[in-house]
Design a protein around this ligand. Structure first.
Ligand code: KIV
Length: 267
């Protein structure tokens, strides 16, 4: 397994050679486990608004929330590339605002790169960030910060116009200098076409098997978040049920006097 730190250029160079494995993480303990598993890229997603902070969606997440969690993740990671997800309204007002906020992810959060939602219309912004030394992971398709405009969490690019737009978006993000591109919730054949068109790696989430890599939300993978499981999620563990069982046993043993026993007590 690779032990030298992943960089944005190294991740970019994996296209066509090795599938890129990505997961989200939001805290030190999980970041250590994700990193030790040999995951290439750890995304501190603004999905933490739901998984860690209990919001209904990602829109209330602030820059301070993101920096706090990114710094904890960065302290737990030795080799994965740490990508900080720029939250709603942190890069929308101007390029200057975006550079200052992206810079906070690097300086205060210890991130190696940032992720930005949006396609062709973000080309000047992505270009400016990269020119100023900040690697960018693009994100097109279903972009959760735009759910109010999209009318909910809907698969994108299902019709000819939508598919054409997403292809244009992918080319623009590549042209702007992004090192890789997240494709979220789109038909597999469209994701395959985008993957074959651009030279940067595509990282799919609900975008089928042809992408150059995959990303999932850690809490979905481990069964730690909610009862609803989107179609594209595969649950690799049911930790929620295990935690519930452990806590019920702890409660029962404290109340019955079985805990603490002699092994947990001082003479
Ligand atoms: O916030 C997030 O976790 C994301 C991934 C789902 C791509 O944007």
């Amino acid at each position: 397994m690779n032990t030298s730190p992943w960089t944005a250029p190294k991740i970019k160079a994996l296209k066509g050679k090795e599938k890129i494995v990505c997961l989200t993480a939001y805290d030190y303990a999980m970041a250590r486990l994700v990193d030790a598993a040999g995951i290439h890229l750890v995304l501190v997603g603004d999905s933490l608004g739901m998984t860690m902070l209990g919001y209904e969606n990602t829109l209330p997440v602030t820059m301070d929330d993101m920096i706090h969690h990114t710094a904890a993740v960065a302290r737990g990671v030795k080799t994965a590339l740490v990508v900080g997800d720029m939250p709603f309204l942190s890069y929308h007002a101007s390029i200057e605002q975006a550079i200052l906020n992206a810079g906070r992810f690097i300086q205060e959060g210890g991130a190696n790169a940032v992720k930005i939602e949006g396609g062709a219309f973000r080309e000047p912004l992505i270009h400016a960030l990269v020119q100023n030394g900040i690697p960018v992971l693009g994100h097109i398709g279903l972009t959760p910060q735009s759910i109010e405009v999209m009318g909910g969490y809907k698969v994108q690019g299902r019709n000819h116009e939508g598919a054409k737009q997403l292809l244009e978006d992918a080319r623009a993000v590549e042209e702007a200098g992004a090192f890789a591109l997240v494709l979220e919730a789109m038909p597999s054949d469209l994701a395959a076409e985008i993957t074959a068109t651009v030279k940067i790696p595509t990282i799919g989430i609900g975008a089928g098997p042809a992408c150059d890599g995959q990303v999932l939300v850690l809490h979905d993978v481990l069964g730690l978040y909610g009862d609803f499981k989107p179609k594209f999620v595969k649950r690799y563990a049911d930790l929620g049920a295990q935690v519930a069982q452990a806590l019920a046993q702890y409660r029962q043993e404290v109340q019955s006097g079985a805990f603490p026993g002699p092994e947990q007590s001082y003479e």
